[in-house]
Structures are given as structure tokens and as C-alpha cells.
Design a protein around this ligand. Structure first.
Ligand SMILES: Cc1cc2nc3c(=O)[nH]c(=O)nc-3n(C[C@H](O)[C@H](O)[C@H](O)COP(=O)(O)OP(=O)(O)OC[C@H]3O[C@@H](n4cnc5c(N)ncnc54)[C@H](O)[C@@H]3O)c2cc1C
Length: 418
């Protein structure tokens, strides 16, 4: 176990310091501790995120299994067996509905949908139970990064020296800034409203996305509760003005509007959670690692919640980094720099592909331009009608072939065995 930190000005040492205790940081601490590294996780426990759930696909499910979190997550989650996409843009040429089913790629489910807060709760319990991890619930004020070593200075003056720093401190990462890694940021004229709903008719473990001119309106299945057999979470992208207007509405009127958007397919809607609102933006970084530091999660990629990619990508960052650093002597600069060059190459490809894919789909919806509509429509028709292409799209979505780290390779159940 890592030495305990003494207060104020005192210094401790660790192998790996993970900055930020969001979902990505918690998963990173568990992954590195699992590989035997003395791990220190520094960050305050995240506050609840209203109405937010995460859909985690097969690769992430396997990773959660490897971390020993899957059974507990599954008990709180709903399986997502299919994703149905419906073009609701009223474009000139009708586009067929597209359904991507797990059974087409011989999986029981594409993934699971779980409340963000419950996922954090499960990971946090595991972190607290793991003797190789020291959790320090504090902010990091500054970093010292040089070739020979790395250190984090906590807000209360404590100093922690580490062989390596995993920065999971979110989109405004202090670690990234101190390392001097450049970012490119942009915004979309959209807000996502998030909430949990109960409804009249079953979702059949299927996620349904209506692609509208203001962005996707996506219902993702949630598990039944004693008093509510049919539940879903909603991620609804819209203009800033519409978000303001909808949030000011009496709750009942908003529920009617949601039912209307869902074409009454799920019957009457009842909002059962607080409503979250998140401004949409994008961010990419010039490099994913530098010196003795690597970026994971929203420190190195941000994009709108379309196709449920964000945390899935973050968990791939973590699993990939763990893979690249496996059997590397962290004190050997040449070995470390070779491993990080590999990590950077992988992340450029994987993150670039997802960020650009989400950007193109989002802009193609909100900018009504006939050639773009035709291209989007033709792509949907191709995927809907060509079985091999559709199966390739499903596989790439849930189990990406480009980068599939060790901890994501073994089907759930086999992971902890070997
Ligand atoms: C509406 C919406 C729906 C989404 N749905 C999905 C989905 O279905 N599937 C999916 O895969 N992804 C989804 N995402 C994306 C996913 O939620 C995010 O990618 C994920 O939450 C990011 O986690 P993170 O740990 O990287 O960042 P964060 O959650 O931002 O965590 C960063 C942590 O670092 C801490 N921190 C910051 N500064 C410091 C410091 N100086 N010292 C110490 N700690 C610090 C913060 O307190 C925070 O706890 C969605 C996103 C949105 C907005």
C-alpha cells in the first residue's frame, strides 16, 4: 500500500499518481493497481450528475469485468440489445429506419445502460477496498514535471512524487496545461437536457434515437423498478433558446412534449429525476502524452453525446495506456518514451475517428443542406440494406478493432480468470 500522506508540506512517493476521481480516474486507479503498481488517486468525489446515464458497450463491459466491477454494475443496469435510429429531419427523400442488433454479431447485448452516479459509486467502493490504492480526496494545485520525475502539489501543500502521472482531471485539466499540451476547442449551438423517465409501454431493451434538426433525441433503456416497470433515460439535444424555454415550462407540459417527440411510442411520460443541462462543445489535443504524464478521458477528448461514445472512449484510453505501460520500467526514460509514443499513435487514431464521426453526424443534422442530407440518407440506406456492412458498423461501435487493449479482449466471465 502507498505510504500515507502527512499534512502540509510533507512529501510521499508512489509509482503512479492518478489525477481526478471521475469515472475515468477511478477506472484508471483500479486498472493500474490491478497490475501491481502502487497507485495514488487524488481528487474529490464527483457530485451527482442529474438525470445522467452512460451506455457502455461490449469492450467497456469486458473492461469492467477485468476490474471486478461488472457484476455490481450489471445489477444496477439495463442491457441494451439493440439501437434503433430514425431520421426525423423531414428531409426531401425519406430515409429508412436503421436497427443495429446485438444478435447480428452474436452478442447477447451491445452493452449496458447505467446511471452515472451508480457507476461512480461502484468504482469508488472498489477503489476504497483496494489496498494498493491510496485515495486522497483533495484537489491538485500544481505539478512539477521534468525528465527525471514528476510531482503533484496538493491544495493543502502536500507533495506527492510519482514515477508517472495519469491525468484524468477533466476537460479543464490543470495537468495538461502544466505539461504544455495544446488544445483545440470549439462549440456547438446546442444544449443537452438529460433526465430519467418512466413511461407506459416497454422499451424491449432497445435504445431509440430520433435524429432531428436540433440534434438527436435519444431514449436509452433503464431497469424496471417495483413501482415503475418501464423506464428510460433521455438525452435531448436542442438549441440554447429551446432548452431555456423547455426548462421554464410546467413539468406536465414538458412531459407532453417529450411524449410527442417520441411519437407516443412509449405512451405517457413522467420525469422521475432532476433535469441536467450540458452545453455542447468539442475538444482535441495536440498530443496524448508528454514526459512522465499521459492524458485519459475528457482531458483529451470532448464531443457531443451522440452514439454514446465518450466514456467508452475514455475507458479505452485507460486500458490502452495500461497495455502500453505493461512491463515498462517507468524509471527508464527511453523505454517509457517508446511506450508513450505508441499510446499517442493509438489515441490519435481512435479519438480522431470518433471525434470526427460525431462532428460530421451532428453538423449534418443541424445544418439543413440538401447534398449533406442526401449523403447521410445514402449512408443509412447502405447500412440498413447491406448485412456485412451493418455487422461491421455494429462491431466497430461496440468492440473497435483498431485498438483493442488486452483488458478488453476477453469476453465477460473469462477476464478475471487469466
Ligand atoms: C449528456 C451526456 C450524456 C453522455 N452519455 C454517455 C454515454 O451514454 N456513454 C458514454 O460512453 N459517454 C457518455 N457521455 C460522456 C461521459 O459522461 C464523459 O465522457 C465522462 O463522464 C467523462 O468522465 P471523466 O472522468 O473523463 O471526466 P470528469 O467526469 O469531468 O472527471 C474529472 C474529474 O477530475 C476532477 N478534477 C478536476 N480538476 C482537478 C484537480 N485540480 N485536482 C484533482 N481533481 C480534479 C474533477 O473534480 C472530476 O471529478 C455523456 C456525456 C454527456 C454530457
Amino acid at each position: 500500500m502507498t505510504e500515507h500522506s502527512a499534512p502540509d508540506g510533507a512529501m510521499t512517493k508512489t509509482d503512479i499518481l492518478v489525477a481526478g476521481a471521475g469515472s475515468t480516474g477511478l477506472a484508471a486507479a483500479l486498472a493500474f493497481a490491478r497490475s501491481g503498481a502502487k497507485t495514488t488517486l487524488v481528487g474529490r468525489i464527483p457530485p451527482p450528475l442529474p438525470g445522467r446515464t452512460v451506455a457502455l458497450f461490449e469492450a467497456s463491459v469486458r473492461f469492467l469485468d477485468a476490474l471486478g466491477a461488472l457484476e455490481r454494475v450489471k445489477a444496477l443496469a439495463c442491457p441494451v440489445e439493440a439501437i434503433r435510429m430514425i431520421d426525423d429531419t423531414d428531409q426531401l427523400f425519406p430515409v429508412p429506419e436503421l436497427t443495429l442488433r446485438a444478435s447480428e454479431v452474436d452478442l447477447p447485448a451491445l452493452g449496458v445502460n447505467v446511471s452515472n452516479d451508480e457507476l461512480v459509486g461502484v468504482l469508488l467502493d472498489l477503489v476504497r477496498a483496494q489496498p494498493e490504492i491510496e485515495l486522497i480526496e483533495a484537489d491538485i494545485a500544481d505539478y512539477e514535471l521534468n525528465g527525471a520525475g514528476a510531482a503533484a502539489i496538493l491544495a493543502d501543500g502536500r507533495r506527492i512524487e510519482a514515477d508517472f502521472i495519469v491525468a484524468a482531471d477533466g476537460r479543464n485539466s490543470r495537468a495538461r496545461a502544466v505539461a504544455g499540451i495544446d488544445v483545440k476547442e470549439w462549440t456547438y449551438p446546442q444544449v443537452a437536457l438529460t433526465m430519467m423517465l418512466r413511461h407506459e409501454f416497454p422499451h424491449d431493451n432497445m435504445s431509440t434515437e430520433w435524429h432531428t434538426r436540433s440534434g438527436p433525441f435519444t431514449l436509452v433503456p433503464l431497469p424496471a423498478r417495483e413501482d415503475a416497470p418501464h423506464r428510460s433515460s433521455l438525452v435531448w439535444l436542442m438549441s440554447v433558446a429551446d432548452a431555456r424555454r423547455r426548462l421554464a415550462k410546467p413539468r406536465e407540459e414538458l412531459e407532453y412534449e417529450i411524449e410527442d417527440y417520441a411519437k407516443s411510442e412509449f405512451g405517457a411520460m413522467k420525469v422521475e429525476s432532476d433535469i441536467g443541462q450540458f452545453r455542447m462543445g468539442g475538444m482535441q489535443v495536440s498530443q496524448h502524452a508528454k514526459g512522465r504524464l499521459a492524458l485519459v478521458g475528457e482531458t483529451c477528448h470532448v464531443f457531443p453525446p451522440i452514439g454514446a461514445q465518450g466514456l467508452n472512449l475514455s475507458l479505452r484510453d485507460v486500458a490502452d495506456l495500461e497495455d502500453c505501460l505493461a512491463s515498462v520500467d517507468l524509471r527508464n526514460e527511453r523505454e517509457l518514451s517508446r511506450a508513450l509514443a505508441r499510446y499517442d499513435r493509438h489515441r490519435h487514431a481512435d479519438i480522431g475517428f470518433r471525434t470526427n464521426g460525431v462532428d460530421v453526424l451532428n453538423r449534418s443534422l443541424i445544418i439543413p443542406y440538401l447534398p449533406v442530407d442526401l449523403f447521410r440518407g445514402a449512408s443509412f440506406i447502405a447500412v440498413a440494406t447491406l448485412g456485412p456492412l451493418r455487422r461491421a458498423v455494429i462491431r466497430e461501435g461496440v468492440l473497435p478493432h483498431l485498438v483493442l487493449p488486452r483488458l478488453m479482449r476477453k469476453p465477460a466471465g473469462e477476464a478475471r480468470a487469466g
